[in-house]
Design a protein around this ligand. Structure first.
Ligand SMILES: NC(=O)C1=CN([C@@H]2O[C@H](COP(=O)(O)OP(=O)(O)OC[C@H]3O[C@@H](n4cnc5c(N)ncnc54)[C@H](O)[C@@H]3O)[C@@H](O)[C@H]2O)[C@@H](O)CC1
Ligand SMILES: Nc1ncnc2c1ncn2[C@@H]1O[C@H](COP(=O)(O)OP(=O)(O)O)[C@@H](O)[C@H]1O
Ligand SMILES: [K+]
Length: 487
């Protein structure tokens, strides 16, 4: 597990470190990290360093300062460095003087900057970092667009310019980095907009002791593997937690088959199904005990309710019934819509061990969704008194007590019909096994995304589209992989 801190928290942590270190030392350390990664990228992409062309896009603040000092270091290694100054009067004075001394080329107009970008082997984006406000200014936008058109690899300094460091929301013009070097602590953009950052290298600048507890956590495979429930010698089919699936309908039997099968693949023990797709579930998964109603289902330790359920009175009654059991409940899809429609159902859910798993559209039916997805999820979880998993390329899981984790999917192969049903089965099975909702949501999101990559073949190559039933089928391999990672 690693933490992510807001730009504001990182800024506050920097202050005491700046006060006790010689002037410029922190920036030099940051820039050294940038230069090291830039040299590695040059070697990897061009087979060498000397004479290779690096263009540094230099903004008016300290981010630009990092870029200039990195340029100075690259010059010392024989790299042909051109710095394009976006605000020539405000470029970091010491960094600019250092680069001039190394006979770096300095360009102050956008036209020449565009030509330089056109001929570059690598571009360093030092336009703006944590001090970014609003969309990129026109000159910066022109250069960023030029880099995009030529397809030159971009190394982002701290954060990709034009992407909001706190929310990860890209502006109209923004950098899509091949890699990012950040300093002191990872920031939300690195996990909320991971595809725009590329692989992120974290450079230690001594902020550790000054940082507060991380407001956002990111799970790694070992965290998930360590918590994944597996049977012990004394277990039987009941002792590991039986999950009940109240999903699907005559119109949408597929949701029932996807969710139930995913549950059966996720934990050992037993899955019960209750609903009007009982025949289809039995046919696809003979080991699942299927009945027509929740009342007939027999004992379970957690319920999954919602996928393909319908939002009519019968759906609302089913949701009420499972909430009334007091057992852990995973409410997805139609169950989220029903929670938005009925205050009485929200009251039943509040304070209970409930995990709701909306996509953005469903989220908006229960709470306000702003550009700040982390903040929105945290508020909604606290207001509703449930744990909330907000789906997307970066999944956000927020507990009512304020804990938040983000899982960046790594690819977008999950953007396929029915994949959410698979997620609900996985998370429901984990709830039945006794994981608390925040962990169940986080572990399920991790394995779900891993299964999509395996199903798509994206773990061994560029990958190809994967339907939800193949995501479901890849769950076993994904679970084995996280269990192997536990060390
Ligand atoms: N404080 C420190 O000691 C350290 C800071 N570091 C660097 O400093 C950065 C933060 O520096 P600053 O606080 O000076 O802020 P930035 O350099 O990130 O941005 C502020 C500057 O960018 C311009 N700007 C803001 N929004 C813009 C937009 N939308 N389009 C174009 N220009 C825009 C502003 O005019 C301002 O001059 C970090 O991201 C990091 O790269 C690192 O050197 C580590 C140490
Ligand atoms: N662009 C994307 N990149 C990665 N994962 C995505 C993307 N879009 C959706 N997902 C994931 O796919 C799943 C879709 O769930 P959902 O919207 O409920 O679909 P469905 O109702 O068809 O099952 C969620 O787990 C979500 O996080
Ligand atoms: K930047």
């Amino acid at each position: 597990m690693y933490g992510v801190w807001t730009p504001e928290q990182v800024g506050a942590a920097e202050e005491p470190v700046l006060a006790r270190t010689p002037e410029g030392a922190l920036m030099r350390r940051a820039a050294h990290g940038v230069a090291q990664v830039a040299l590695a990228e040059l070697r990897r992409r061009t087979g060498g360093v000397a004479g290779r062309r690096v263009v540094v896009l230099v903004g008016a603040g300290n981010n630009g300062g990092d870029g200039l000092w990195a340029g100075d270091e690259l010059r010392r290694r024989g790299v042909a460095v051109t710095a394009v100054l976006l605000s020539p009067d405000r470029a970091h004075p010491a960094g600019l003087a250092a680069l001039r001394k190394q006979r770096g080329r300095i360009v102050t107009d956008v036209e020449h900057g565009v030509v330089a970008v056109d001929h570059a082997d690598l571009v360093l984006d030092a336009i703006v970092g944590t001090g970014a406000r609003g969309g990129l200014r026109p000159e910066a936008a022109t250069l960023v667009d030029a880099a995009r058109t030529t397809d030159v690899p971009i190394l982002a300094v701290d954060t990709p310019s034009g992407v909001d460091p706190l929310t990860g929301v890209p502006g109209e013009h923004h950098v899509r980095a091949a890699a990012t070097v950040t300093f002191g602590a990872r920031k939300p953009v690195h996990v909320l907009a991971a595809p725009l950052c590329g692989p992120v290298t974290l450079i230690d600048i001594g902020l550790g002791p000054e940082l507060p507890p991380a407001p956002v956590d990111v799970l790694d495979a070992a965290d998930v593997g360590a918590r994944w429930p597996v049977p012990g010698p004394g277990d039987d089919k009941y002792s590991q937690g039986v999950v009940g699936i109240a999903a699907g309908s005559r119109t949408y039997p597929g949701a029932a088959v996807l969710a139930s099968g995913a549950a059966a693949l996720s934990t050992s023990g037993m899955v019960r199904y209750a609903g009007s797709a009982a025949d289809e579930v039995r046919a696809a998964w003979p080991e699942i005990v299927a009945t027509d109603t929740v009342g007939e289902a027999g004992r379970v330790q957690a319920w999954v309710v919602g996928p393909g359920l319908g939002t009519d009175d019968a759906g609302a009654q089913t949701l009420a019934d499972v909430l009334d059991t007091g057992l852990p409940v995973l409410a997805d899809a139609d169950a989220v819509t029903l929670l938005g429609q009925h205050a009485g159902l929200r009251e039943k859910a509040a304070g209970a061990p409930v995990l709701i798993t909306p996509h953005a559209g469903e989220f908006a039916r229960v709470a306000e969704l702003t550009d700040d997805r982390v903040d929105s999820a945290r508020r909604a979880a606290a207001d509703l008194g449930v744990t909330l998993l907000l789906k997307g390329n970066a999944t956000v899981v927020a507990a009512p007590d304020g804990r938040v984790l983000v899982h960046p999917a790594g690819s977008a192969w999950l953007a396929t019909a029915g994949s959410g049903d698979v997620l609900s089965g996985v998370a429901g099975a984990l709830l039945a096994a006794g994981l608390e909702p925040w962990w169940a949501g986080g572990c399920a999101a991790f394995v779900h995304a891993r299964a999509a990559d395996i199903g798509a073949g994206a773990d061994i190559g560029p990958g190809s589209p994967v339907p939800a039933s193949h995501v479901q089928a890849a769950l076993s391999t994904a679970i084995r992989q996280v269990r192997e990672a536990r060390g």
